[in-house]
Design a protein around this ligand. Structure first.
Ligand code: SF4
Ligand code: SF4
Length: 391
């Protein structure tokens, strides 16, 4: 390993061809080399060669959405995501004190402690009802009914559903729909036991790799056995499929091999009988489903019998959500989202439409722009012959 913790082979693999540039959302909206994958890798090399790790380098790295669209497009096989996570780990250590405090509260005190997160969510719900939460924050409208009603697992699970942190607090109805579909497919659905509160994806994204490793070990312990682990958040699924690399060792690799995105799991078993809804659905591919898990085809497979699926013509470009990116880099995130929203509206044309998104962050980010976004599990549950059991 090098001074910044890069794998030297990964750093050397970039030949500077620039073929990734049109696939990079931040380059597309700024036109700046410093906001491109090639520019970021050049900056990593310069710092590696001894230049001080300064504010300019932090900006170059922080402005990356970590969508990994460049990685999918790179003919040289550059593992950009690994490079960027290592760079962000170093950048995270030199944050100003106030930002470190805020991040500590979010990443250490709240996200890994589900009871604390749920208590904060109740406070947020009250604040929403008192109109104290600005709409520009793009938070979903929280439901007291959903928060009050836990999901009850089956005994002797044949598959687990990973429920996670923010999604279970803010979008539990998506989990309910996923459980309903899984049961319709004949599964006995288990849930993570104590400790399986947070997969660490947001931590790794923010450069807090040590904490991501600690959370990964807890998640592994929370779902023992060899039953498949179904994940209905593309970002969480991508992170859990990477535990083998993150932690090393055969146990982590075996755990990662059990992880499947919800759509992958349903597609492999065959969707239950569906009715044709006649509804137009524009499919949005979350980057961590498309570029990392390569599971975007399964979403189409499970939905096409029930919906009129429509594709955007932007080659799966990122929507700008990116973990906490929409909060930390609001301006760029909004500019990237504007492009995505335009592509979605152009794809739908004059038809009324829904948007399918398999990632909670993307769903919230696009929903805040006025789109009606549903998770594939919700769409599938609504098209079942017995849709009322979904909620
Ligand atoms: S990351 Fe890959 S595609 Fe982009 S400039 Fe480097 S070698 Fe070329
Ligand atoms: S991860 Fe996404 S935003 Fe970052 S350099 Fe690659 S394409 Fe651009």
């Amino acid at each position: 390993m090098t001074r910044l913790g890069f794998d030297p082979d990964e750093l050397a693999a970039c030949v500077g061809c620039g073929l990734c540039l049109p696939h990079c959302p931040t380059y597309r909206v700024t036109g700046l080399e410093s906001a491109s994958p090639r520019g970021r890798i050049t900056a990593m090399r310069v710092v590696e060669e001894g230049m001080p790790l300064d504010d300019a380098f932090s900006t170059v790295i922080d402005e990356c959405i970590l969508c990994r669209g460049c990685e999918a497009a790179c003919p040289s096989g550059v593992q950009y995501g690994h490079l960027a996570e290592a760079a962000r780990e170093r950048v995270a250590r030199r944050r100003p004190p106030m930002r470190r405090l805020v991040e500590w509260v979010a990443f250490v005190a709240v996200l890994p402690r589900h009871s604390v997160l749920l208590a904060c969510t109740w406070l947020l719900l009250v604040a929403q009802r008192l109109h104290l939460v600005p709409a520009r924050l793009g938070l979903p409208r929280l439901s007291p009914r959903s928060l009050r009603t836990p999901i009850v697992p089956d005994g002797d699970p044949t598959a687990y559903l990973f429920t996670g942190c923010v999604m279970d607090a803010w979008q539990r109805d998506v989990h309910r729909a996923a459980v309903h579909v899984m049961r319709s497919c004949g599964a006995q659905v288990g849930l993570p036991t104590a400790g399986g509160d947070c997969c660490g994806a947001l931590h790794a994204h923010a450069g807090r790799v040590g904490e991501a490793r600690r959370l990964a070990r807890r998640v592994m312990a929370s779902m023992p056995g060899d039953a498949p682990i179904v994940v209905d958040s593309a970002g969480c699924g991508a992170a859990m499929k990477d535990y083998g690399r993150l932690l090393g060792g055969p146990a982590a690799a075996a755990f990662s091999a059990r992880v499947q995105d919800f759509a992958e799991w349903v597609a492999a078993r065959g969707a239950p009988p569906l009715r044709d809804t006649g509804i137009t659905v524009v499919v949005q591919d979350p980057c961590h489903l498309r570029h990392v898990q390569h599971a975007e085809g399964s979403v189409r497979t499970i939905l096409h019998d029930a919906y009129r699926l429509v594709e955007t013509d932007d080659d799966g470009m990122c929507c700008g959500a990116g973990g906490a990116y929409a909060v930390t880099e609001r301006d760029l995130a909004t500019r990237v989202r504007d492009c995505k929203v335009a592509a979605i509206r152009a794809a739908a044309g004059a038809m009324p439409f829904l948007v399918a998104s398999a990632n909670p962050g993307c769903a919230m980010h696009l929903d805040a722009a006025g789109l009606d976004v549903r998770h594939p599990a919700e769409l599938l549950a609504a098209a079942l012959d017995d849709p009322k059991g979904a909620m």
